[in-house]
Design a protein around this ligand. Structure first.
Ligand SMILES: [Zn+2]
Length: 72
């Protein structure tokens, strides 16, 4: 995935960013007991439309861009 910014406009961090949302408790990556990842396709596709994700700077925690806007 490419991003609309190369660094944080607030603090200049180039390390990366993270996303969070208010329903994070419902978001789980599922694994099988043998260590393989379970089929999460439907879970992800269902959530994607509900979330207004914002990308936060990993350093200063400020919003650097809006994921939902960018993906659309
Ligand atoms: Zn920052």
């Amino acid at each position: 995935m490419s991003t609309p910014v190369e660094r944080c406009p607030h603090c200049g961090n180039e390390e990366g960013f993270y996303t969070k949302d208010f329903a994070s408790g419902a978001i789980r990556t599922r694994y099988n007991f043998d260590g393989s990842e379970a089929d999460n396709t439907e879970l992800y596709s269902g959530l994607r439309h509900k979330m207004g994700k914002k990308a936060h700077c990993a350093e200063c925690d400020k919003v650097v861009f809006d994921m939902s806007e960018y993906e659309a």
